[in-house]
Write a protein that binds this ligand. Structure first.
Ligand SMILES: [Zn+2]
Length: 255
C-alpha cells in the first residue's frame, strides 16, 4: 500500500468517526430503575429514620428524624438527603435517599441509595468519598451474602479507620465498614469497573443510558471478629427483597 493510499484511508476513517460522533453522543436516557427509588421505612426488625442535611451554608447541620421534613428545624433552610458538599460534586439530576436503621438489640446501620442520572458522574468510585479528614481506607474485600431464595449477593466491603481528636486533645479511634453494590438495567455488581463497562456498553452500542443505583450500608466494628458483618448480612437479607418488590418501571423518556 502506497503511503498516500494509507493516508486517505486513515483520513476517511477519521471522517467516518467524526460523522458517527453525534449519534454516539445522542444518548437517550431511559428512566427505568432496576430497584426501588427510595429506601424502605423499616426492614424486618430494623426500624428506619431519615438522614437529612440542612442546605443553608451557614448552618449545614445533619439530622436523623422520624418524620420526613423539608425544612430545617433550627434555621428553616431546605433539607436534603445529600449534604451541601455532595450536591456540589454530583450532577443536579442525582436522586438520593438516606436512612438510619436501628435493630432492637441497639445495632445501628446507615444506608444510602444514590441513582445516576443522564450524566455518568453521578456515581463514582465510593472510596473517593471516604478519603475525608481523619479517615483512612485500611482494607477492601468481597463478601457474599447468601439468601434462601436467590443467588448470593456480592458486596464490596471497605474498612475505614477513623480518628478524631476530642476537645481535651485526646485522640479516639474507631473502625467502620462501608459495604456496597450497584444495580442497573437488570444487572448487579459490586465492581465499579464492571458497572462502568455496562454503562459504556449501553451508551456506545445501544445509545441508551439507564439509571444505576448505588446502595451502600455503613456500620461500626463494635464487636470482635465477624459479628458486625453478620449483622450487615441480616440487614441485607431484609432490605434486598424490599428493594426489588413493587419496582415501578416508568416509560421511556426522550432527551
Ligand atoms: Zn439549618
Amino acid at each position: 500500500m502506497k503511503p498516500a493510499t494509507a493516508f486517505f484511508i486513515a483520513a476517511g476513517l477519521m471522517l467516518g468517526l467524526t460523522l458517527a460522533m453525534p449519534s454516539l453522543t445522542r444518548v437517550r436516557f431511559v428512566d427505568e430503575p432496576s430497584i426501588a427509588t427510595s429506601l424502605p421505612d423499616n426492614a424486618g426488625g430494623w426500624k428506619g429514620q431519615y438522614i437529612l442535611f440542612c442546605q443553608n451554608p451557614e448552618h449545614a447541620a445533619g439530622y436523623i428524624l422520624d418524620e420526613l421534613t423539608t425544612k430545617c428545624p433550627e434555621c428553616g433552610g431546605d433539607l436534603n438527603p445529600l449534604s451541601i458538599f455532595e450536591r456540589a460534586v454530583l450532577p443536579d439530576d442525582t436522586r438520593a435517599d438516606k436512612r438510619q436503621y436501628t435493630r432492637s438489640d441497639g445495632t445501628i446501620l446507615q444506608a444510602a441509595l444514590v441513582f445516576s442520572g443522564r450524566d455518568r458522574a453521578s456515581i463514582h468510585r465510593p472510596e473517593v468519598c471516604l478519603v475525608a479528614a481523619g479517615s483512612e481506607v485500611i482494607g477492601n474485600k468481597r463478601r457474599l451474602v447468601t439468601f434462601s431464595d436467590r443467588k448470593p449477593l456480592d458486596l464490596q466491603v471497605v474498612n475505614v479507620q477513623q480518628s478524631r481528636k476530642l476537645a481535651d486533645g485526646q485522640m479516639v479511634y474507631g473502625k467502620t465498614f462501608f459495604a456496597y453494590w450497584f444495580s442497573g438495567h437488570g444487572r448487579e455488581t459490586a465492581s465499579h469497573p464492571v458497572r462502568m463497562f455496562w454503562m459504556a456498553w449501553d451508551r456506545i452500542l445501544r445509545n441508551r443510558a439507564y439509571p444505576w443505583a448505588y446502595l451502600s450500608v455503613t456500620g461500626i466494628y463494635d464487636q470482635p471478629g465477624d459479628a458486625p458483618l453478620q449483622k450487615l448480612d441480616d440487614f441485607i437479607r431484609e432490605i434486598y427483597p424490599l428493594m426489588h418488590s413493587n419496582v415501578t418501571i416508568t416509560s421511556e423518556t426522550k432527551d
